[in-house]
Design a protein around this ligand. Sequence first.
Ligand code: 6PG
Length: 229
Amino acid sequence: MDRFIVDPVEFAAQAERWIGDRINLVLESSRRCHLMLAGGSTPLPIYQRLAMRKDIPWSRIDLYFGDERCVPVNTSENNYTTVMRSLFPDGDRPDGMNVYRMCGEENPDKAAEVYELVLPERIDILLLGVGDDGHTASIFPGSAAVDEEKRRVMPAIAAKPPLQRLTITPLVIQSARYLLVMVQGEGKADAVRRALVDRSVPAAIALDGDWMMDTQAARALPEDQRLGF
Ligand code: 6PG
């Protein structure tokens, strides 16, 4: 559960390095790597950097998504679409790589049930972001997903549009082999403090993971919690 606080300019490179190194670490002892990606905008430059690395054996990676907005696939609000455009800008998927998309355009309850069936028992590398209200994936403050103890995927209602979502639950977050929470920008500083210090928002579910923050997102943390590289 490391806390990395990095210069905003270095954020994407440091996060890409963390992810790439753990993919290669997992593949040292496993035939395949189950990598679950975060949506939103923060990770997109990180995915673009990952796309340029030559040492990632994408053919041995199974891609999953931590949440999805229930909007048509080829729209800019769809996490699958924005993530895949960042990772594979030319649209070509590497042979051998499996991609498991959350079908947000289907009936949410059915789509959640179906997605749960394709999830591996354990995600090797789970990437998460944090919203300015302290949500992570699409587990929003006050939602039933916060306390879900049976399902690993469920429908969710967001606090901001698109309102209908699908999300992983705490069960997936807490069982991940490696977990990285990526938070950038001053607008997230309060959410970071509420997650890591007060433990009062859903992002606290990821407390035991590694957190990669830029100095702006970490600015509201108490001095003793700021362990830089
Ligand atoms: C989503 C994400 C969500 C995201 C946070 C932060 O579907 O929006 O999965 O959990 O990580 O909302 O979003 P930004 O990175 O865009 O600030």
